[in-house]
Design a protein around this ligand. Structure first.
Ligand SMILES: Nc1nc2c(ncn2[C@@H]2O[C@H](COP(=O)(O)OP(=O)(O)OP(=O)(O)O)[C@@H](O)[C@H]2O)c(=O)[nH]1
Ligand SMILES: [Zn+2]
Length: 333
């Protein structure tokens, strides 16, 4: 089930005045200076849905982009028919520089490494507290992917009616993670405000295994828009067509949720330990005395001394080492 808010037949799209209308034209980009900027909402076999102002436009890559791909979350420049009318097709002539990339490494079922989402700043790791049982290995892998990509990890623990969150949170205590605990009844009666607070002002990519309640949660987050009257053009099209990620706006321009169906965990072969350690500012300075290309889990690693001399908590080093060791495990662990 993937429902998300809007009835595709509703024709209630509110067009806002062009917020960028008075932006001075730049002379730095002589080509396509008339291009409009937009955000990629979803990708379906070469057709991209791009939000330009408040219009959903179908576009394809211009030939000049070559092999460069545009993914969900990308800011792109589009030219051509930008009306968003049926059967029109605009062209993407430029993909703007990305502030972050969330990658998926090649695995058995998909031989290509891909960028899954661009420009996210948070990764929501959706895990049920029971049914299905939490899989700490999977959470660890997602954490490593988040740290590697420079995204803030957010643990979203669902189905709190079935089991307490305490034991799982204890496992991650040393990481001082952002988290939120929720369940379906609460979402349906009290609303999703508590979760929304963690998403406000951010672009959050959601990952989670099948059955953890991700759809229930995302629906609750997006559903509210109907009742608040903030209508968006995003959710009508392309919803059921694709396994691509899908960007959904939060009510009141509060941020974006990017659902990533089919991305249940991350292959981690591409991950560079030094980028992961960057997420451990208390440990990072201790690595200056490490041997070159230290795995940080070897006898000469300087982090043992760093912790022994009281610069950081031993539990933090344990957590870091546990995370780094997940790189050797297979996807699906
Ligand atoms: N007990 C309980 N069940 C829940 C809760 N949230 C969702 N469920 C049930 O768990 C099942 C999976 O929920 P979904 O929201 O479809 O989960 P999903 O992660 O999107 O799973 P897929 O649709 O398979 O990708 C459904 O039967 C839901 O009714 C909850 O908070 N508590
Ligand atoms: Zn080291």
């Amino acid at each position: 089930m993937r429902r998300y808010g809007k009835n595709p037949d509703e024709d209630d799209v509110r067009i806002r005045p062009n917020r960028k209308g008075n932006r001075p034209r730049t002379t730095i980009r002589p080509k396509h200076e008339d291009a409009a900027e937009g955000m990629v909402l979803t990708v379906d076999r070469g057709r991209l849905t791009v939000l330009v102002d408040d219009r959903e436009i179908t576009a394809m890559k211009a030939r000049e982009l070559g092999r460069k791909s545009a993914v969900v979350g990308d800011q792109v420049a589009v030219v051509g028919d930008l009306s968003g009318a049926k059967d029109t097709l605009a062209r993407i002539v430029r993909v703007e520089e990305r502030s972050s990339v969330l990658r998926r490494t090649a695995d058995d079922t998909d031989p290509f490494e891909r960028v899954v989402v661009a420009n996210a700043d948070q990764l929501a790791i959706v895990t049920a507290l029971a049914d299905p049982e939490p899989r700490p290995r999977m959470i660890d892998r997602c954490l490593v992917a988040a740290y590697d990509a420079g995204l803030n990890p957010l643990l979203v623990l669902t189905k709190s009616d079935l089991a307490p969150a305490g034991p799982l949170l204890e496992t991650y205590g040393a990481l001082d993670l952002d988290y939120v605990v929720t369940n379906r009844d609460e979402l349906l009666t009290a609303g999703a405000d508590e979760v929304l607070r963690k998403l406000t002002g951010r672009v959050t990519a959601f990952v989670g295994h099948s059955g953890v309640g991700k759809t229930t949660l995302v629906n609750a987050l997006v559903e509210r828009q109907r009742t608040t009257g903030h209508v968006n053009a995003v959710t009508g099209r392309g919803r059921h067509t694709t396994t691509s990620a899908l960007a959904l706006p939060l009510p009141g321009d509060a941020g974006w949720v990017i659902d990533t169906p089919g991305v249940r965990s991350f292959g981690l072969a591409h991950i560079d330990p030094s980028r992961v350690i960057h997420a451990f500012p208390d440990l990072e300075p201790g690595t200056v005395d490490c041997p070159r290309a230290c795995s940080h889990d070897e006898p000469d690693c300087a982090l043992d001394e760093w912790v022994a001399t009281g610069h950081a908590e031993p539990a933090r080093l344990d957590s870091l080492r546990r995370l780094l060791s997940t790189r050797e495990r297979r996807e699906g662990d």
